[in-house]
Design a protein around this ligand. Structure first.
Ligand code: ZN
Length: 154
């Protein structure tokens, strides 16, 4: 496949996630980690909700408004990390950030549709759009790792 065809395929995947976002819409319940992030330069505004059970990401929801890159990336992120452990999700996250920065990344790592964002490396202005949902995920996982949310009885 020539690079041109691959680029077209990647664009189709991105547009599919933009038009048919996965795991869209927030849920009630306080057993979710919830993070809201904004990208003022583009107007992207994203909230993600993540449920982590025994170190496993069991549920992910996302909602917000913004450009096609940020909205599709939120959909892709939710689909990619659901069912992964926090440890696996951190690996995917690191690999994804390296990829969209145009740095060396592991092409063998299973990243689902997230792999289609490698073209972003050629458009540094879109870096924030492609990473806002993933940065929200990073904050969720940091919070999970750093702060136990279980109820401690005195
Ligand atoms: Zn954007």
């Amino acid at each position: 496949m020539s690079y041109g065809n691959l680029e077209t395929l990647y664009r189709q995947v991105i547009m599919d996630h933009y038009k048919n976002p996965r795991n869209k819409g927030l849920k009630d319940g306080d057993d979710f980690y919830k993070i809201h992030l904004k990208n003022p330069t583009c107007g992207d505004d994203i909230t993600i909700q993540v449920k982590i059970d025994n170190g496993m990401i069991t549920d992910v929801y996302q909602d917000g408004t913004g450009c096609s890159i940020s909205m599709s990336a939120a959909s892709v992120m939710s689909e990619t990390i659901k069912g992964k452990t926090v440890e696996e999700a951190f690996k995917i996250l690191d690999n994804y950030l390296n990829m969209v920065k145009g740095e060396k990344f592991d092409a063998e790592l299973e990243m689902g549709d997230a792999i289609v964002y490698q073209g972003v490396a050629q458009f540094p202005a879109r870096f924030k759009c492609a990473t806002i949902a993933w940065k929200a995920l990073a904050q969720v996982m940091d919070e999970h790792n750093g702060n136990c949310t279980c109820d401690h009885e005195e």
